[in-house]
Design a binder for this molecule. Structure first.
Ligand SMILES: O=P(O)(O)OC[C@H]1O[C@H](OP(=O)(O)OP(=O)(O)O)[C@H](O)[C@@H]1O
Ligand SMILES: NC(=O)CC[C@H](N)C(=O)O
Ligand code: SF4
Ligand SMILES: [Mg+2]
Length: 457
C-alpha cells in the first residue's frame, strides 16, 4: 500500500509543493510522516498498513517559515478521548478566525496555524458526539469555504467528502476491498484503475468493514467547481467535468483567437508560457493559423510552480525558471498564458523577449481578468496584490510592458468551463455567504497586508 500511496501522491505534486505527508493506520494505530517541499523522487519512509492517506500542500493558511511549514504540514492528526483521526484537506476556510475563536472558547487545543487543523478538530468533535454523517452536516453549518476531505479514523473507517458547493475536485473508485479517493483522476491512472467517479457536492463516502456507503450530508446545490482548476491547477491529463483538462485548455485558446481575431491576425506566431499554457497555444493556432513557436523555455529541473511559491521566493524563481530564445528578434509575438494574477511572470518574460529584440508582444490570457480575491484555496486573498484590480486591460498592458493584453471573454469562458463554475475572482459573486462579506470588508480596506482570512473576521 505504501508504494501505491507514494506513486499516487507523486502524480498530484503539481497541486502543492510546500510540504508533503502521509498518515497510515496499522496495528500500532495512526502514524504520520511529513517532509518539507514537494514529494521527492526518492521515496521517503512510509509506514506500511492497510489504509493510508497522503497530501501535497500548497499553503493557503498558516506560516511560511520552514518551521511553520513543517508544523502546518498535512495530513493533520487529531485525537479526543475516544477517537483519533487523520485528515488531508484541499480548500480553504473563509471564516477561519471565527472558527478558531469558537474552538478555543470551547477548550480545544490548537497547535498549528493552518485551517486544516480547525476542520479536523471541528469534525472530531461532531464525530465523537454523533457519528460521521452528522459531523459533516454540523461542519457544513459552521464552516464557510471550500473543502474536499479525505480521512482515516482509528476504528478502520476511511472517508471522503466534498463541500456542499463542490468548489474543489474529489473523486473515488471502489472495487471489492479497494477504495481510493483523490483530487484528480491522474492519481487513479497511477493505480491502473477507473473510471474515477466524482464525489457530489455535499456527499460523504464512507468505506469500512461493512463496505462502501454514500451519504448526502447537505442539500444538493449546483456544483461551483473552481474554474481556475481548468485553467491552471489540474494536470492536463486529468478529467474534470467529464472532459480532459487539456481539451478544455485547447478550446480556451481557440476562443481567444476567435474573440481577438484582429490582434491574432497581426502576430507572426503564438508562444506559450510553459508549462500550463501549452495546450491553449495549440488551440489558438488551430483557429488563427499562426504557428506555435517555442521561444520561452522552462528549465527542466526547476519544477516549482512560481504562483504557488511564497512571496519571498517567487521573483527569484521566475527569473531562474525561464530562458528566452534570441530567435524572438524582430518578431510580433502572441504570448499565451493561462492567467494573469500578480503579473510577475509576464512582466519578466516580456522584458526578456524585448531585450532579445521582439518587436511586439501581445498577451493572451485563457482566464478572464482576475480582479477579486479568492478565499477558497488559491492564495490570492487581497485586492492589493491583483494586477487586474482597478485596472483596465490597457492599464494592465502598460504595467507589464505588453503591446496589448487580451483576456478571455467571461461569457466564452463560462460556455467552456460550465455556467455554474465558480468565477468569483472575476465577478466578485461568491458562492458562499461569509466569503462575500469578507470581500466587501476587504474592499473597504484595500491596504491590507497578509491573507484577509487571517486578518478580518
Ligand atoms: O501573474 P502571476 O502572478 O505571475 O501568476 C500567473 C502565472 O503563474 C502560473 O505559473 P506557474 O509558474 O505557477 O506554473 P506553471 O509552470 O504550471 O505554468 C500561471 O501559469 C501563470 O504563468
Ligand atoms: N492547497 C490547499 O488545499 C491548502 C489546504 C489548507 N488551506 C492549508 O493551508 O493547509
Ligand atoms: S474565486 Fe477564483 S480561484 Fe477561487 S475558487 Fe473561485 S474560481 Fe477558483
Ligand atoms: Mg505559468
Amino acid at each position: 500500500m505504501a508504494r501505491d500511496l507514494y506513486w499516487s501522491l507523486l502524480s498530484l505534486n503539481h497541486r502543492g509543493q510546500q510540504s508533503h505527508g502521509f498518515a497510515v493506520l496499522n496495528a500500532e494505530g495512526i502514524s504520520r510522516s511529513v517532509g518539507l517541499g514537494p514529494l521527492p523522487e526518492v521515496p521517503p519512509e512510509i509506514p506500511d498498513g492497510e489504509i493510508g492517506i497522503g497530501h501535497a500542500r500548497y499553503a493557503t493558511s498558516g506560516g511560511s517559515s520552514a518551521e511553520e511549514l513543517i508544523r502546518d504540514a498535512q495530513p493533520v492528526v487529531v485525537g479526543g478521548p475516544g477517537r483519533r483521526m487523520a485528515l488531508a484537506y484541499n480548500g480553504n476556510v473563509a471564516n477561519a478566525m471565527e472558527l478558531r475563536r469558537s474552538l478555543e472558547a470551547s477548550g480545544a487545543l490548537i497547535s498549528t496555524g493552518s485551517d486544516a487543523e480547525l476542520i479536523a478538530l471541528e469534525l472530531l468533535r461532531g464525530l465523537e458526539a454523533s457519528g460521521l454523517r452528522s459531523a459533516m452536516s454540523r461542519l457544513s453549518t459552521r464552516v464557510d469555504g471550500a473543502y474536499s476531505l479525505v480521512g482515516i479514523i482509528d476504528d478502520g473507517t476511511v472517508f471522503a467528502a466534498r463541500d456542499p458547493n463542490g468548489i474543489r475536485p474529489l473523486f473515488t473508485f471502489e472495487s471489492g476491498p479497494l477504495f481510493i479517493a483523490a483530487s484528480e483522476t491522474v492519481a487513479f491512472d497511477m493505480y491502473g484503475v477507473g473510471p474515477a467517479v466524482p464525489v457530489e457536492p455535499g456527499e460523504l463516502v464512507v468505506a469500512s468493514e461493512d463496505g462502501v456507503h454514500h451519504h448526502r450530508y447537505a442539500p444538493p446545490r449546483p456544483e461551483h467547481i473552481c474554474s481556475f482548476e481548468y485553467a491552471y491547477f489540474a494536470r492536463p491529463d486529468s478529467i474534470l467535468g467529464g472532459r480532459y483538462v487539456y481539451e478544455v485548455r485547447r478550446e480556451l485558446g481557440r476562443r481567444l483567437a476567435a474573440r481577438h481575431a484582429g490582434v491574432a491576425r497581426r502576430v507572426d506566431s503564438v508562444v506559450p508560457v510553459p508549462e500550463t499554457a501549452v495546450d491553449a497555444a495549440y488551440g489558438f493556432h488551430e483557429v488563427s493559423g499562426k504557428p506555435v513557436e517555442t521561444l520561452v523555455f522552462k528549465h527542466r529541473f526547476v519544477r516549482a510552480r512560481a504562483f504557488m511559491s511564497g512571496g519571498g521566493e517567487r521573483q527569484g524563481l521566475i527569473s531562474r525558471k525561464y530562458n528566452v530564445s534570441k530567435r524572438a528578434a524582430g518578431r510580433r509575438i502572441a504570448l499565451m498564458d493561462d492567467s494573469i494574477v500578480r503579473g510577475d511572470t509576464l512582466r519578466h518574460l516580456i522584458s526578456a523577449l524585448r531585450s532579445v529584440g521582439a518587436s511586439e508582444v501581445h498577451v493572451f490570457s485563457t482566464f478572464p481578468k482576475i480582479s477579486h480575491p479568492c478565499f477558497y484555496g488559491v492564495d490570492m486573498a487581497t485586492y492589493g496584490e491583483l494586477i487586474g484590480y482597478n485596472r483596465s486591460p490597457n492599464e494592465v498592458a502598460a504595467s507589464i510592458g505588453a503591446d496589448s493584453v487580451n483576456y478571455q471573454d467571461l461569457d466564452d469562458f463560462l460556455e467552456v468551463v460550465g455556467r455554474s463554475a465558480c468565477v468569483a475572482c472575476v465577478t466578485g459573486q461568491y458562492p458562499t455567504e461569509k466569503a462575500a462579506l469578507l470581500a466587501a470588508a476587504a474592499l473597504r480596506a484595500p491596504g491590507i497586508r497578509g491573507r484577509i482570512t487571517e486578518v478580518i473576521g
